[in-house]
Design a binder for this molecule. Structure first.
Ligand code: ATP
Ligand code: MG
Ligand code: MG
Length: 551
């Protein structure tokens, strides 16, 4: 029902292939292992892996691991699991930018020998100050004219750990007056006496993102290095390295607009803050837009891939995608593919006074109205049952077609009942309804009158208790981090999680973790991956039934 939106990179590559300018394409997805992947990364994954799939090329998974202080093995494992779960397979082994540290170091020495890099003793603050601004040219460091010999020696001593962190850096010698500030002698290496998850204590210096990325692409034979628009200004530098180093290939950088989703944060750093402060229940909290959170919430890989296709790929920056579109993608998948069940989230007891105490009949009900391949459910009907509080009103308005005193309603898949009596507790709260069944209404209309309403219900004797977690947007503001950076903590939705005790039909008892259902008339739910064990049933609300996405 949804058409795919434009993807300018796919169109461009198609033209290159048709024009014979590109053979086999190679792309890469290059996450930094400093957090879990989120829906923005899913856009990049679907783009990079999707292009390789589409054009019969390869997509590599390469960890951009140049900042050991913030990186962890646990993040590496989670990222691999997320890419697999989305249904993609990387070509060849998992790669690491750190695989290339030896080569990068030799290339740094190469630049030094060519007089194109130097060791600088300015402090980080001084370097920033000397670099100038958009309107003011930078000025050269007093260390800029060191001899190649001295630079080689200092660089080697940086490598072996002779200097303290921040004492020296290696910089490219490009142009301190360049209009593009990225070309004003960018930093190639920093001293960091940190242990690295891949290389251990081998290195005391670590290469910068800019000095690593394009060269890694070149070493892997990447043809199209696709990144977000923030890197557009880095492209001249990306190309400068490729032009000034003995690289085996010349990849090309192409930028696209990152995904921004309303009511959501797409920044690992900010998501990490929510996790670290205990505002959410870990990186896979179902309210987070992390891939593992969305998985736990009940999203399918297909729905995320479809969403990424729907949003398209452009260079138009700054747009906010409506989260209703994401909800639409999962809702339409579950509409077609999730079996149905009845569950009552706000149970109100109903006693059917003309049904005998030990009476039970069992209905065989289709698992899905349009899917004969789905198992038939057995739904027991007994004297006592539960309906939802919201399906009863003591003083209903005119158009209320559900249950009310003296009024009739149909129990879904079962009889028409009439409410004869309303029972209240000592506090005057509604506690129970006494109703009677018209036994002549199973599978047929009642005689001589019309009953419009149909409500869901669960046998009180046979229903099973379960916990239902009702999730909503984590933020009340469309752009929670719009104004100041930390503002988002002030816009948290206090009702982003509401937990209720519910009663489900017996067929739900065997639900495997991660099985998904439509609870009829209520919404789509997924059995929690972690909490459903030892006979406990916990369902997460994935999304409601009503679609508000305006096409
Ligand atoms: P964050 O700011 O959340 O840490 P990042 O860009 O620093 O994101 P990386 O791990 O470096 O995170 O990202 C890996 C890839 O995913 C990069 O190529 C990056 O461009 C892409 N990516 C990250 N966020 C988005 C987004 N919101 N939309 C599209 N692509 C994204
Ligand atoms: Mg990054
Ligand atoms: Mg980042």
């Amino acid at each position: 029902d949804t058409t795919s939106a434009p993807n300018f990179i796919r169109n461009q590559i198609r033209e290159e292939i048709e024009g014979g300018r590109t053979g086999k394409i190679v792309t890469r997805f290059p996450p930094e292992p400093n957090g879990f992947l989120h829906i923005g990364h899913a856009k990049s994954i679907c783009l990079n892996f999707g292009l390789a799939e589409h054009f019969g090329g390869d997509c590599h998974l390469r960890f951009d691991d140049t900042n050991p202080a913030k990186e962890e093995q646990a993040y590496i494992d989670a990222i691999k699991a997320d890419v697999h779960w989305l249904g993609f397979e990387w070509a060849g082994p998992v790669r690491f930018a750190s695989d290339y540290f030896d080569t990068l170091y030799q290339w740094a020495q190469h630049l030094v020998r060519e007089g194109k890099a130097y060791v600088d003793d300015l402090s980080p603050d001084e370097i920033r100050e000397y670099r100038g601004t958009l309107t003011e040219a930078g000025k050269p460091s007093p260390y800029r004219e060191r001899s190649a010999e001295e630079n080689l020696d200092l660089l080697e001593r940086m490598r072996t750990g002779e200097f303290a962190e921040g004492e020296k850096v290696l910089r490219a010698k490009i142009d301190m007056a360049a209009p593009n500030i990225n070309l004003r002698d960018p930093i190639l290496y920093r001293i960091r006496h940190a242990s690295h998850h891949q290389t251990g204590d081998k290195w005391k210096i670590y290469p910068s993102y800019d000095f690593t990325h394009g060269q890694s692409d070149a070493l892997e034979g990447v043809t199209h290095s696709i990144c977000t628009l923030e890197f557009e200004d880095h492209r001249p530098l990306y190309e400068w390295f490729l032009d000034n180093l003995p690289v085996p290939a010349k990849p090309r950088q192409i930028e696209f607009a990152r995904l921004n989703l309303n009511y959501t944060l797409t920044s690992k750093r900010k998501l990490k803050l929510l996790v670290d402060q205990g505002i959410v229940d870990g990186w896979d909290d179902p309210r987070l837009p992390t891939i593992s959170g969305m998985r736990r919430r009940g999203y399918t890989p297909a729905s995320i891939r479809k969403f990424c296709e729907m949003i398209g790929v452009t260079r138009a920056d700054g747009g906010l995608v409506d989260i209703a579109m994401l909800y639409h993608a999962i809702r339409s998948d579950l509409e077609d593919n999730a079996p149905r069940a009845m569950a009552v989230l706000k149970p109100l007891k109903v006693v059917l006074t003309n049904v005998p105490e030990d009476f039970e009949e069992v209905y065989e009900v289709a698992g899905h109205p349009a899917r004969e391949d789905m198992a038939v459910r057995k739904v027991p009907f007994t004297r006592e049952l539960y309906i939802d509080h919201d399906d009863f009103m003591e003083n209903p308005p005119k158009k209320f077609f559900r249950l009310a005193p003296g009024k009739e309603v149909r129990l879904r898949n079962s009889y028409v009942i009439r409410c004869d009596e309303v029972i209240k507790d000592d506090a005057g709260e509604l506690s129970e309804l006494r109703c009677s069944v018209d036994f002549d209404t199973l599978g047929k209309n009642p005689e001589g009158r019309k009953v419009k309403g149909v409500i869901h219900w669960v046998s009180a004797e046979r229903g099973i208790p379960m916990e239902v977690r009702l999730y909503d947007n984590l933020f009340l503001e469309e752009q929670p981090d719009k104004d100041r950076d930390a503002d988002f903590l002030e816009h948290l939705n206090p009702e982003s999680l509401v937990t209720v005790r519910a009663i489900g039909e017996p067929s739900l008892a065997e639900s495997e973790p991660e099985s998904r259902f439509q609870f009829e008339r209520v919404g789509y739910f997924c059995a929690d991956r972690h909490a459903c064990r030892d006979g406990q049933l916990v369902f997460n609300r994935t999304v409601g039934l009503k679609d508000s996405w305006a096409r």
